[in-house]
Design a protein around this ligand. Sequence first.
Ligand SMILES: Cc1cc2nc3c(=O)[nH]c(=O)nc-3n(C[C@H](O)[C@H](O)[C@H](O)COP(=O)(O)OP(=O)(O)OC[C@H]3O[C@@H](n4cnc5c(N)ncnc54)[C@H](O)[C@@H]3O)c2cc1C
Length: 407
Amino acid sequence: MQKTSENFDVVIGGGGIVGLTLAVALKSALGRGASVLVCDPDIARPDGNVWRATAIAAGPRKMLQTLGVWDALADIQPITKMLCTDSRLADPIRPVFLRFEPPRPGEYFAHMVFNAQVRDALKIRAVALGVDVRELSIADFTADADKTDVTLTDAARLSARLLVAADGVNSKLRDKARIRINRRDYDQAGIVATIAHERPHDGTAEEHFLPDGPFAILPLTHNRSSIVWSDKRPNVANLLARDDADFMDELTRRFSLRFGDFNVLDRPTSFPLRMQYARDYVARRFALIGDSAHVIHPIAGQGLNLGLKDAAVLAEMIVDQMRLGLDPGTSAVLTAYQRARRFDALSMGAAADSMYRLFSNDILPVRLIRDLGLGLVDRAPPLKNLLIKEASALLGSVPALLRGDAL
Ligand SMILES: Cc1cc2nc3c(=O)[nH]c(=O)nc-3n(C[C@H](O)[C@H](O)[C@H](O)COP(=O)(O)OP(=O)(O)OC[C@H]3O[C@@H](n4cnc5c(N)ncnc54)[C@H](O)[C@@H]3O)c2cc1C
C-alpha cells in the first residue's frame, strides 16, 4: 500500500463559491502557517452557464471585499430597491404591497453578481495565496483521533487535521461520513434565465407572488435582469419543452411591461426545489458547509449567503485555534461550529418555507390575511429594518469577516 506522504491542516472537498471562500479566508489569515488543499473534479472547467447570477447580501459582500475578491468582479449591480406584489397571473395590475429601500443612501442590502465571475476571482485569489487546488475528487477517507487519512481519485494518499465537505446538495462526502439528511421536495421547480431589455431597471428587484410560485426579476448590469421563475413542476417541464415563441408568450405574461421589448440571452434551465438539512454538521475531524449542509427554497435568495456565513464562522474558529498552535479539527471546535450554524440555517430555511406556504396558493382568506400582513410590515419601519438586517446576514451573532474585519 502507498504511504501517506502529504500532510495538510485543512482539506476542502468542493471548489464552488463556498469551498473556495473558506480556502481563501484561511490562507489570507494564516499565510504559510496553514496548508490548505481544495479538490474539485470540475475546478478547471468553465461554468456551464456564464449568465447564472446570485444576490449576495451585504454581510457576505463585505467578506468578499475583505478577502480581496469583490473588486475583481467585472459586473456588480446593487439592488437599490425591492418591490413585492401579490396577485393572480390574469390580474391587469399588480399593486405593490411591500417595498424595501436601503436604510441609508449607498448602503445596499444586496448586489447581483454572476456566479462564474465570483468563482473565477476566488480561484485566482486562492492560487495566489498558495492554496493547493487540484482537479480531483476525494475517493475515500477515514478519521482517527489525530487526523483523517484521505485518498484522492488519482490514488494519492494524504492526511488532514480537518476535512471540510463543500461538495453541494448531493454531497458524497456527507454520505461517506454517514451523516443523514432530512429532505422535503417542493412541488415547484425554479427556472432561471437572463433577459436583456430595452428600458433600465434602475436597480429595482421585483418579487411577484403568484399562486403557482414566486416570479423574481433581479437587476443585472447593462439593462439585463436575471429571472427566478418558480412554478409547479409539471408546468416547468411543459414550459421548457415548448418552442421559443410559446415560452416567450408565457414569459411576457409575467415579465414587467416597464422594461419595454426584451429577449432571453441564455437557454432557460430549471432546478427542482427542495428543503434539505444534514442532521449533523460535523463528525470526527469532518465538517459540512454550504449546500452540503442545508438547501432552502430560493424565495428569499439566501442559500448561498447561508453557505458563505458557514465559511466565515468556520474560518474564524480554525484561525483562532491555529494562531494558538492548536489543532483545528478537535471536537470542541467542531461542536462550537455546529452550535453556531445549525440553528441559523434551520431558521432561515423555516422562514423561506413559511413564505412558500403563505404565498404559493390562491385561497382567498389566506390572500386577504397575507396582504394585510404585507401592508402592515410596509408601514412599520423598525420591522422592515429588522427584515433588511436579516436579509443582509447581519442579524444576531455576526462573524468578523461578515462585518468586514480581517481575521
Ligand atoms: C433557482 C435558484 C436560485 C438561487 N438564487 C440564490 C440567490 O439569489 N442568493 C443566494 O444566496 N442563493 C441562491 N441560490 C442558492 C445557491 O445557488 C446555492 O446555495 C449555492 O450555489 C451553493 O454553493 P456551494 O458552494 O455550497 O455548492 P455548489 O455551488 O453546488 O458547489 C459544489 C462544488 O463541489 C464540487 N463537487 C461535487 N462533488 C464533488 C466531489 N465528490 N469531490 C470534490 N468536489 C465535488 C462541484 O463540482 C462544485 O464545484 C439559488 C438556488 C436556486 C436553485
